[in-house]
Design a protein around this ligand. Structure first.
Ligand SMILES: [Mn+2]
Length: 240
C-alpha cells in the first residue's frame, strides 16, 4: 500500500545559498507511516503547484524570521535573519495547500508562517517587545531541544486536545518570535503561562495544526509529540 506523501519546506543556508532539512522531521514522519520530500528553493511557481498537487499533506518546518513586510510592519531592532525566497515559497505553498484542502502541520516558524499567510501578525522579538510589560518565560531554552522547558495549557475541545488527550503538555522552546494577533479563521489550541499562543488550529478545515514548539526533537521520547505526527499522517492518508 502506498504511504501518504508529505512535502516539507526547506531550510535556507543564506551564506552558502543552499537548502537543507533536519533529518529528525523525516524520521518522525517515517515512524508515523508517511514518505516525505523537501521542496526545492528557487522552483518556478507553476512547478511548485504541480509538486504541491502530488502531496497528501504539507509540513511547514522551523527556521529563521519572516520578513515583517509580510505582516504589515517595518523591521524592529531585534528582528533576525530572513530568507526572501523561502518566505515567498512558503506563502505560495500555503495558498496552494489551503485551496487543495490538504492537511497542514506547522512547526515553530511554520505556525507563524500559517498565521501570517492567513492575515495575522507575530511579535518580531518577544524579549524586547514584551518584557517591559510582564514577566515572560525563557522561550529560547539554554539547553538541548530534546528536553522540555515549559508547559502549555491545551484549550478544551481543541483538535490538539483530541490528539494528545491532555490538558497540559511539556514542550521545548526555541523561538524568539510568536503569534501576536491570531489570523481570522484560526483559534488558539494552547497557551504558555505567560499568555502566548503556543498552538493554533482551523476549526472546520480537514486538518490544520501549528505548534510553536519542536515535536521532532521529542517524538522518540514523548507520547504527545509522537501523537501529533501520527494524527497529521493519519489525516494525510484520509486525504489520499
Ligand atoms: Mn515557547
Amino acid at each position: 500500500m502506498n504511504k501518504p506523501v508529505i512535502g516539507l519546506t526547506p531550510s535556507h543556508d543564506l551564506e552558502k545559498n543552499q537548502c537543507f532539512l533536519n533529518p529528525l522531521y523525516v524520521q518522525a514522519l517515517q515512524q508515523a507511516g508517511a514518505v516525505c520530500f523537501m521542496f526545492p528553493l528557487g522552483i518556478a511557481s507553476e512547478d511548485l503547484h504541480q509538486l504541491a498537487a502530488l502531496c497528501d499533506g504539507i509540513l511547514f518546518t522551523g527556521g529563521p524570521d519572516i520578513h515583517p513586510f509580510h505582516f504589515g510592519e517595518e523591521t524592529l531592532s531585534k528582528c533576525g535573519e530572513v530568507s526572501a525566497p523561502r518566505d515567498q515559497l512558503e506563502l505560495e505553498l500555503l495558498s496552494a495547500a489551503l485551496s487543495g484542502k490538504k492537511p497542514i502541520l506547522g512547526i515553530c516558524r511554520g505556525i507563524q508562517l500559517i498565521n501570517i499567510g492567513l492575515g495575522g501578525s507575530i511579535y518580531q522579538d518577544l524579549e524586547s517587545q514584551l518584557s517591559g510589560s510582564r514577566q515572560i518565560l525563557c522561550h529560547r531554552q539554554p539547553y538541548p531541544a530534546a528536553i522540555p522547558s515549559h508547559y502549555v495549557t491545551v484549550t478544551p475541545g481543541s483538535l490538539l486536545e483530541s490528539i494528545t488527550g491532555s490538558d497540559r503538555l511539556e514542550v521545548n522552546s526555541l523561538h524568539h518570535q510568536a503569534i501576536h494577533t491570531l489570523a481570522p479563521g484560526l483559534t488558539a489550541s494552547a497557551y504558555s503561562s505567560d499568555g502566548l499562543i503556543e498552538a493554533a488550529e482551523m476549526p472546520g478545515y480537514p486538518f490544520l495544526l501549528g505548534v510553536q514548539w519542536h515535536p521532532e526533537f521529542l517524538f522518540s521520547v514523548q507520547k504527545s509529540a509522537e501523537e501529533i505526527f501520527k494524527a497529521f499522517v493519519n489525516a494525510c492518508s484520509h486525504h489520499k
